[in-house]
Design a protein. Structure first.
Length: 315
């Protein structure tokens, strides 16, 4: 199968028939074999009934997964990735703001230019409000700086993936914004970008508020830490713990020497005494956190799970 189109959705009953017909037209025009995977993330409207009706009309190409409740876009994408069978997986939103006409170009970049992942860039937007545009620019700039991946729009829903990428990563929480970062930490480093059309919203309202940007920065810190130190937490906590304990220890030794040299000096009246004592306590706590992290990591089911690109001479 050439393509799997994975579409997470929440309360998009108006757009589903039009989107389906548009995708099918593009697939037929280009002669692609394909499947459309709709992931209903706990919709409270008639989205699932419409998906069921669309499948009855085209059981060969249309498939669906319905969550019992709303789990979020990351969960929907993760389930869609598990079910996808195509050699190239395309993700897009269901609100008709992503154009299916972009699919052939994204597919060609994966297959002909050998990219692992291609992210869309909505260079010209129709929702350029101050409350959305400014936080988005800050978010993208911070992600570029931390990850070293120079994409303009990490949060664009229109992306293309090589099959091996989606089968090798796990998306959870609200990490869908950072799939390029997750892919890079997993060893898929050929990540590209394509300018794509952004269309005005035709039906319904946006499902995301300003809070997603606050959560986004917290998720960025989390995924950066896990990516670097997930299998070796002591290297992080131990380094900072050693530094903190060392500063505290040197401070206390200095004060003890000063006390020996001048018995009239009172240690408890000097701020350096409390600073040094606090630094030693913090250092010890960081060491303890590192040991606990190592124990958890060593007993994790994925402690020795590594992505192998190729083997020679082995069955």
């Amino acid at each position: 199968m050439d393509l799997s189109i994975v579409i997470p959705l929440l309360n998009e009953e108006e757009s589903l028939p039009e989107l389906t017909e548009w995708i099918k037209r593009v697939m037929v025009e280009n002669g692609f074999s394909y499947e459309i995977l709709y992931i209903d993330d706990g919709s409270t409207d008639h989205s699932w009934e419409i998906i069921s009706r669309l499948r009855q009309g085209d059981p060969e190409h249309i498939k669906g997964i319905k969550f019992q409740r709303n789990y979020g876009k990351s969960a929907a994408l993760n389930e869609g990735f598990k079910a996808a069978k195509g050699e190239v997986i395309i993700t897009m939103d269901a609100d008709l703001q992503d154009s299916p006409d972009e699919i052939p170009g994204l597919r060609n970049m994966i297959l002909n230019e050998n990219y692992d992942l291609v992210s869309g860039w909505k260079k010209i937007r129709y929702d350029n409000t101050l409350t959305k545009n400014l936080p988005s620019k800050l978010f993208n700039a911070a992600t570029r700086k931390v990850s070293g991946i120079y994409l303009h729009d990490f949060n664009c829903g229109l992306k293309a993936y090589r099959k091996k990428v989606v089968k090798s990563i796990e998306v959870y929480g609200e990490m869908h914004r950072y799939i390029p970062v997750i892919a890079k930490w997993s060893g898929f480093r050929k990540i590209g970008e394509k300018v794509v059309e952004h269309r005005p919203r035709k039906y319904g309202v946006t499902k995301f508020g300003l809070s997603r940007f606050i959560n986004g920065f917290l998720d960025l810190a989390s995924i950066t830490f896990v990516g670097k130190y997930g299998k070796r937490p002591m290297h992080f906590f131990g380094s900072w713990g050693s530094l903190s304990f060392g500063i505290g220890f040197v401070s206390i030794i200095y004060l003890l020497v000063a006390k020996i040299m001048n018995p009239e000096v009172s240690l408890s009246n000097r701020p350096a005494f409390y600073i040094g004592l606090t630094a030693m306590i913090i250092g010890s706590q960081l060491f303890l956190a590192g040991f606990l992290g190592e124990l958890i990591s060593r007993n994790s089911p994925g402690r020795n799970h590594y992505l192998v690109e190729e083997k020679i001479g082995l069955d």
